[in-house]
Design a protein around this ligand. Structure first.
Ligand SMILES: C=C(O[C@@H]1C=C(C(=O)O)C=C[C@H]1O)C(=O)O
Length: 248
């Protein structure tokens, strides 16, 4: 049978390796066409219908027509995530400007939400150039925590503010997909998560970053009721920001 493949955009960071491993080692691989993209591009591809399914920054959910979360797995954190920061040489109470990360959607929004609602600060937001502090996500942050005077782990502060875990990205389809495909897809994701130790053993050793702790503890992959609540609280707060965080 010659069936159209489902095109899938997945995040190109280490945190998504377990999902990619699962997809590549399970039968569903024959039904998909996989591309790896930075999160802001995953969002653009889903919004513009260039793919059918993707792990998408939750901040982009409102812009995707017919968005449907199709998995019980996500990229989340219960407390510190250790790869989403505001880095600064000044304490957050003294910054007057913040540069966003063009690879991010969710964390750019989260940073602005925390500044306003947790730190009670109104700061100038820039997309490029100099600023007192900057948002950075993904592998580029690994080992940088001690290179700056201040490093604010954003999901840790979100938990302090709301008591909730956080969901950075979820598996979203922009059109109805068959129930049997969704089942096979989720089985593959579960397979990958169950093989995290294999993935970790293939990663390089580095003195300044603990991959095991990151993939086993920091990233919390379950998309459960509390993470769903986090998404609805987050989207509510996103709507109160007076500007779109970023649209690359
Ligand atoms: C925890 C992370 O979550 C990411 C952050 C995202 C965002 O800010 O839009 C989107 C997807 C995730 O890859 C990370 O990549 O460090």
């Amino acid at each position: 049978m010659n069936m159209e493949k489902v095109s899938v955009s997945a995040v190109s960071y280490t945190n998504t390796l377990p999902f990619i491993y699962g997809l590549q080692h399970c039968p569903v691989i024959s039904q998909i066409k996989l591309s790896l993209d930075v999160p802001s591009v995953c969002a653009q591809k889903l919004i513009h219908n260039e793919v059918d399914l993707g792990i998408v920054p939750v901040a982009a959910l409102l812009e995707i027509p017919q968005a449907e979360i199709v998995s019980e797995y996500c990229l989340g954190a219960s407390g510190a995530v250790n790869s989403v920061f505001i880095f600064s040489e000044k304490p957050i109470q003294e910054i007057t400007s913040l540069r966003l990360d063009t690879q991010s959607r969710t964390s750019n929004g989260l940073a602005q939400i925390l500044l306003r609602n947790y730190w009670n600060r109104e700061v100038h937001i820039v997309l490029e150039g100099n600023a007192d502090a900057y948002v950075e996500i993904g592998d580029r942050t690994f080992g940088k925590k001690n290179a700056h005077s201040y490093a604010y782990d954003l999901s840790w502060y979100w938990q302090k503010m709301t008591g909730l875990p956080f969901t950075f990205a979820a598996w979203v389809a922009n059109k109805p997909l068959s129930a049997s495909f969704i089942e096979s897809f989720n089985q593959a994701l579960a397979y990958g998560l169950a093989h995290r130790e294999t993935i970790i053993s293939q990663l390089p050793q580095r003195p300044d970053f603990d991959y095991r702790h990151y993939l086993m503890e920091n990233i919390d992959y379950r998309y459960d009721e509390r993470k769903k609540k986090a998404v609805s609280e987050f989207l509510k707060l996103m709507k109160t920001l007076d500007r779109e965080p970023i649209n690359p």
